[in-house]
Design a protein around this ligand. Sequence first.
Ligand code: SF4
Length: 457
Amino acid sequence: MKDIASGIPRIAPAGRKFTGTDRRAPLRGGLQGCGEYGAGQTAGRFYPIACVALEVTQRCNLDCTLCYLSDRAEMTYDPPLSVLFARLATIHSHYGPGVSVQLTGGDPTLRKIEDLEALCREIHRLGMRSCLMTNGVRANRAFLTRLAAAGLDDVAFHVDMTQERKDFHCEADLNIVRRAYIRHARGLGLRILFNTTVFEGNFADLPTLAQFFRDRPEVAFVSFQMQADTGRGVLRARPDAITQDSVMRAVEKGYGTTLHFDTAAVGHSKCNRYASVLTAGGRAVSVLSNPRLAQRVMAALERVDRSTEGHLIIRDSAQRMALRNPLLALRAGVHLAGRVLRLGAGLLRGPLRRQSVFIHNFMAADALEEDRCASCVFMVATANGPLSMCVHNAQRDMHLASPDRIDTPSGPSWWNAAVPRLSSGPDLPDLNDPNLAPLKRLKGQMRAMRQNRKDAS
Ligand code: SF4
């Protein structure tokens, strides 16, 4: 069903508690419904969701030209820890241990570090995995050291030209920032990830940027996220030249090899493309170069369920598969050894590492496709349960205005993001009230509009 005015499908959040027996079933059903549950599909087969974003603040210390926050997002207050803990419990109830929780915002580092430490500890206690999603401006060595000690698993740095950092004129200039961020995080036991928005202003730089990541053995995961017309960003529609295909080819050019993005699927193929790469000393080879073998291994691992056994399950299951099907395990081992040997002289120049490469295709807010929303692998925790990230971004103000109910020993309380503390009732102040939005708290299109109006008067 569509909202006629906005063209946004009315996809409801998935409710507060999951009551079924197989947590993977809803996603599997969504993917089957749109013909995306093939032999190479990993989502809904091994895990119930790829990750869930927990937005701990709507504030940010940058103003990206493709920001997914809404015009009014920064008018709201940060949810208290009791609300965030309740949302973590909901995430755990839906997806079980093993799910990756993204601590995000806005920029989560604008919260007190004690709050982030408490969240990392709680995620760890629930057996889930935590990832700090940050622009890195405040995530210095001391900051990351404290979070790592509190149980943080991953840190994902967002660095690119949409952020308009002062005195940087192209992606290559920004490598100095990326190198510094790697230094802040390395050796702390954190997996290091990088996110890059792909837009007209950096599309030509993609091959050299991909090459930069290929040559960084500390980087475990690289995500390229294609420009989407959603949120408060001022750049809006994606240029025709930026397609999943053109981005895959540009990334392969940088890695210097074919990456076999079609072998394994992570959710809908129009949303995500995934490659697994071995790197050493400035060379790269694709792990998934034999689709038939990869799919036979996946079939042999069919009973793996990360939602009941947590993250280590893949390693444990590989051992179990070796015992149950030694011939297949031997073939897979020979294949891997052959891939490693193809790195040739690179093995003498640097350490052997595996990197995941991801291409993510967010949808425009006024062109959401229902089958993709219904088989989404990236969710956001809302007051009413997990919701597809694309749907959430298209309806952010509506979700920010929806109160959380918190049950306390003295009765229910309500969290409403337009007021600074828990209240005894769910009544909502109007997020459209201009008095809630002093100019200094506005960003993106709304700030530009208000500034123009001020200048003209
Ligand atoms: S967030 Fe959007 S693009 Fe990503 S998987 Fe979900 S529906 Fe697809």
